[in-house]
Design a protein around this ligand. Structure first.
Ligand code: NAD
Length: 508
């Protein structure tokens, strides 16, 4: 067992062995899984998965809890979310440490991730008094039209390893104020953080006297527990975050039963660096965007498209930064880049680098495995490529940055849009005509398009998600809450007569 940070595990209620299911009581008698830290490969704790029978009972309880939760006034539901936010504030350091320990991102990024959870709780508290419906003028005399929003049901939240706690909170804070209950299936790579968050929600719900099954948990393999979520009509909405192939599978199954889904899938973020850019800003944005979370963000900067006039000098400055990157234990505040999530991710990155070379790209720096314990450390790589090679079009979930050049902005935008994913994009320029073109209908085709800031690090206030194979889903801020509720259109007649719409008459 890892000695350092053991306190974090303990204070969050993580034991040596933990049941992986919760719906008011903790259960889990399936396969036992040891969770190792990518920092050094040592065991942190173990988790027992839920069996299909246990899953059925958990979903049943979560669905039952909805029957009463949906009737609680929304501002009261907001008070519960406020208390969850407060509890997260109190446990911020410990939870961030656990994120770092289990997933390997730097502690400063772990703290940022927990802050994001707190922020979305604050947002949702305000939202709990703003679930507005419209009223519309009726074409009939003494009639009124309105639309109202009702709770939807159980939201199945399936999350990826790279934001092990934030994605749950984006969905849960909003779903709870909307009157939904939540059944979470986290990545099997990060079950401990999921248990810790569920215990926090459990405590708060019990304190308020509500059914703790409102925030349920089912840890298990995607291919069994995940598919049970996809196919069960008791799950009204499946919010799935993961790879494109995974999303294609989940989307197909949920659609087949006419369930709802939010798909938050892979990205292939690009930054255009204009010859009118502030290059200091460009460097900082690209550097953090490419190596942050060791290149394991959906919004990671994977491609840079640099104006040919500035490309040689810019390439040198970027290489210089890469040479100085401090790689190592992510708990060390001086370290910028920690390990990849597991040795499989390292192998995937090495294989991608070989493919780049085969397809005509040139490795400028990086891609060397480091001899640190655990085997998950690698130097970040930059590869110069003549355009969107087949491998460039794939999302290699690791710190590989493709460097390409352009002559006209139209050409750069075509390169930026020339991949199947459509999540995040950015332009660095001081020329307003360029930035406006980039933001126009002729510009970026992504769900996120930034100017003079990088592709990653989205704020919770905006709706988050992407187009094309990124899946089209939106979560978090703005009006993303509407996906978590049932819209109902109502016509109210106070005329004392019956009048049909469209002037239709009915003689009786
Ligand atoms: P993954 O696709 O391997 O797994 C994601 C989740 O899907 C896990 O919980 C997994 O257990 C589950 N799963 C697997 N099979 C399933 C099935 N049949 N039914 C239901 N669930 C199933 O992804 P990962 O490696 O954990 O995460 C990396 C991927 O996630 C990248 O592609 C990244 O871009 C993407 N991602 C997207 C966003 C976004 O908001 N767009 C955010 C974070 C990560």
């Amino acid at each position: 067992m890892v000695k350092v940070m053991e306190q974090a595990l303990e204070s969050l209620g993580i034991a040596e062995s933990n049941p992986g299911g919760f719906a008011g009581t903790w259960t889990g008698s399936g396969k036992e899984q040891t969770v190792n830290s990518p920092i050094h490969g040592e065991a942190l704790a173990s988790v027992t998965n839920v069996t299909p029978q246990e899953f059925d009972a958990i979903l049943g309880r979560c669905h039952e809890a909805w029957a009463t939760w949906k009737l609680v006034p929304a501002p009261k539901r907001g008070e519960v979310v406020k208390a969850i936010g407060d509890e997260l504030r109190r446990n911020k350091q410990a939870l961030a440490e656990l994120v770092t320990l289990e997933m390997g991102k730097s502690l400063r990024e772990g703290l940022g991730e927990v802050q994001e959870m707190i922020d979305i709780c604050d947002f949702a508290v305000g939202l709990s008094r703003q679930l507005y419906g419209l009223t519309m003028p009726s074409e009939r005399k003494q009639h009124r039209l309105q639309e109202q929003w009702h709770p939807l049901g159980v939201v199945g939240v399936i999350t990826a390893f790279n934001f092990p706690v934030a994605v749950w909170s984006w969905n849960t804070a909003i779903a709870l104020v909307c009157g939904d209950t939540v059944l979470w299936k986290p990545s099997s790579k990060t079950p401990l953080t999921a248990i810790a968050c569920t215990k926090i929600a459990e405590r708060v719900l019990r304190d308020f006297g509500f059914d703790p099954a409102i925030c349920s948990l089912a840890i298990g393999r995607g291919s069994d527990i995940g598919d049970l979520i996809n196919t069960d009509p008791r799950v009204a909405l499946v919010s799935y975050t993961g790879s494109v192939p995974g999303g294609r599978h989940v989307g197909g199954l949920v659609q087949a039963r006419f369930g709802r889904h939010i798909l938050e899938l892979g990205g292939n973020g690009a930054v255009i660096v204009s010859d009118k850019a502030d290059l200091d800003i460009a460097l900082r944005c690209i550097y953090f965007g490419a190596i942050g979370t060791s290149g394991q963000r959906c919004t990671t900067t994977r491609r840079i498209i640099v104006h040919e006039a500035i490309a040689p000098a810019f390439r040198e400055r970027l290489l210089d930064l890469y040479r100085k990157t401090s790689i190592g234990d992510p708990r060390d505040p001086k370290v910028l880049m920690g390990p990849l999530v597991d040795t499989g991710a390292v192998e995937t990155m090495l294989a991608a680098i070989e493919t780049v070379k085969r397809e005509g790209g040139k490795i400028l720096i990086g891609g060397e495995k480091l001899p640190h314990p655990g085997g998950c450390y690698i130097t970040p790589c930059i590869a110069e490529v003549p355009g969107n090679l087949p491998i460039v079009k794939e999302e290699t979930f690791a710190p590989v940055l493709y460097f390409m050049t352009y002559r006209t902005l139209e050409e750069a935008i075509a390169l930026q849009n020339g991949v199947t994913q459509g999540l995040s994009s950015a332009i660095i320029t001081n020329d307003q005509r360029e930035s406006e073109l980039f933001l126009s209908a002729a510009g970026s085709d992504c769900g996120i398009a930034n100017v003079n800031t990088g592709t990653s690090g989205a704020e919770i206030g905006g709706a988050f998600g992407g187009e094309k194979e990124t899946g089209g889903g939106r979560e978090s801020g703005s009006d993303a809450w509407k996906a978590y509720m049932r819209r109902q259109t109502t016509a109210i007649n106070f005329s004392g007569k019956v009048e049909l719409a469209q002037g239709i008459t009915l003689e009786m």
